[in-house]
Ligand binder design. Structure first.
Ligand code: BG6
Length: 507
């Protein structure tokens, strides 16, 4: 999948229409439209390309285009924003927005889909509307019913030589049972090959680089197992709180929002066996095998936390229970830490510690691999009392890079060891293109490459692993101060195993 980076050498996607349900929503403005803009900039959109925005608000296509122009430019150019502070080229934008039309309609109304069918046939030059990619950027409760109505309207049947595909956002289900039910529902309308379950972490270059790093080098993979690795820590710490998404977050929580999807992408990529090729099924099968070999998480080896008031990056943060649309006695977790064990020959006995949380001290997504300690016999009788810690850290965001920590002799007559670090930073070697991560994913769905999308069995296996924690979620979460590294109980979780989390500050 890595050969898909450096997009300029890839051919434009085949002619198609992209229908976005949820066209007036945050995701469309903040990520999807900037991603389409970048695809246009990289000349990866086809000549015959159209975007149809669908939403409930009554609005003309002109008004929708004006609304997009106003907000999208800001997202594209915002420094530190998701689209990465890129240049805004009005000619490229005009070229893109001229292909955008809008259709207002209620997704509960079959009439909307009949009108959509006629609309697609009108904007597209291809017979029967040609190829169409439907993007469900809507509330999860609408995924199943929308697919059903697309089917009933005859919109999912593929015309000769054309495709009909559906991109489904997360969360896919809210537990194992609901994910299975949703799969049954959509698979009664679509074939698996038409379904693209998105996890935007897989659109990130640094996440795709995990496989290249592991399997494209001769020196790491031989050490990548229980003979040499003591444990693995996967951290996705965020400084943001729930940012006005209280209603969604109350029903979701940190575990469902982040773990069986984003954190499990990192977990499976770091733990999987080498696939035989980058072919989608070869990669996805190996990821699935990791989950199949992973024991269901135990609530006793997990900590759920919720942020109390505090200060994050110099600003006051109110406690979670005082956020809008959040219950004053909410038990929803905004932090979760858990231990996973993989019962296979490579990993048996090596704990994988995962943690993620909102309103933490620092934004940091990293995979840290701790190697086994060196025996100290050689250093007996010297000043060296304990071995240095050997860490290999894949820093996924921000400050993307890879570092290796080891011990070096302090110059001088005595034998003393000092911890040093070698560090590779992406930006020192590569020109980093401003991108949202959705570019790759939208392009791949257009060309029909499912490698970076989630298969039904993988999603269900992910839910199976976290289900025991979900079942125990009526317990009070442990409070942590906003701006901290999470609750004390999370520290205790590792301390019980004689280990400690890497500090979030100052590395
Ligand atoms: C989303 C979650 O899927 O991922 C958010 O719903 C979270 O709660 C976000 O903040 C994190 O993504 P990123 O790309 O900002 O690391």
């Amino acid at each position: 999948m890595t050969e898909k980076t450096g997009r300029t050498s890839a051919p434009p996607a085949p002619a198609c229409t992209l229908v976005i349900f949820g066209a007036t929503g945050d995701l469309t403005h903040r990520l999807l439209m900037p991603a389409l803009y970048n695809l246009a900039r990289w000349t990866l959109l086809p000549e015959d390309f159209h975007v149809v925005g669908v939403s409930r608000s009554e609005m003309s296509s002109e008004a929708y285009r004006a609304d997009l122009a106003e907000t999208v430019r800001g997202f594209i150019t915002a420094k530190g924003g998701e689209a990465g502070g890129g240049e805004f080229d009005p000619a490229i934008w005009d070229g893109l927005v001229s292909r955008v039309t809008y259709l207002s309609g209620d997704l509960a109304d079959a009439g909307t889909f009949a009108r959509l069918k006629a609309h697609i046939a009108e904007v597209s030059a291809a017979p029967e509307g040609g190829s169409v990619l439907f993007y469900l950027a809507v509330a999860a409760a609408l995924f199943g019913p929308t697919v059903k109505r697309l089917g009933e309207a005859g919109l999912t049947a593929e015309p000769e030589g054309a495709f009909r595909r559906v991109i489904i956002e997360k969360p896919f289900g809210h537990d194992l049972q609901s994910a299975e039910a949703l799969d049954r529902e959509i698979l009664s309308v679509l074939s698996e090959g038409q379904i693209f379950r998105i996890d935007h972490f897989l659109g990130k270059e640094t996440v795709q680089n995990i496989l290249t790093f592991r399997f494209g080098n001769g020196m790491f993979e031989p050490l990548w197992n229980r003979d040499h690795i003591d444990h693995v820590q996967i951290t996705v710490a965020e400084t943001v709180g729930v940012e006005g998404r209280g209603r969604f977050y109350e029903a979701t929580g940190a575990l469902r929002d982040m773990v069986p999807n984003h954190l499990f992408q990192l977990f499976t990529l770091v733990a999987m066996e080498p696939p035989i090729s980058f072919a989608s099924e070869a990669v996805r099968d190996k990821k699935q095998e990791v989950l199949l070999a992973t024991r269901s998480a135990s609530p006793e080896a997990a900590v759920r936390g919720q942020y109390a008031a505090g200060r994050v990056e110099g600003r006051d943060v109110t406690e979670y229970r005082r956020e809008p649309d959040v219950a004053r006695d909410s038990r929803t977790e905004t932090f979760v830490a858990l231990t996973l064990g993989i019962d296979n020959w490579r990993w048996a006995g090596v704990p994988f510690y995962l943690r993620t949380g909102k309103a933490m001290t620092r934004r940091d997504t990293e995979i840290a691999i701790r190697f086994k300690q060196a025996p100290l016999t050689l250093f007996r009788g010297t000043d060296v009392e304990e071995a240095v810690e050997n860490w290999l850290v894949l820093q996924l965001q921000p400050d993307e890079g890879i570092s290796l920590q080891f011990g070096a002799k302090v110059p001088g007559p005595a034998v003393r060891l000092h911890t040093v670090e070698m560090r590779f930073c992406y930006r020192d070697f590569f020109k980093i293109e401003a991108s949202t991560g959705y570019e790759t994913l939208i392009y791949d769905a257009m060309i029909g490459d499912p490698t970076l999308f989630q298969r039904a069995d993988t999603i269900e296996e992910g839910w199976r692993i976290v289900q025991p924690i979900i079942d125990a979620a009526d317990r009070e979460p442990a409070l942590y101060e906003a701006g901290s590294a999470g609750p004390r109980e999370a520290e205790d979780l590792l301390a019980r195993d004689g280990r400690a989390w890497r500090p979030l500050e100052g590395h």
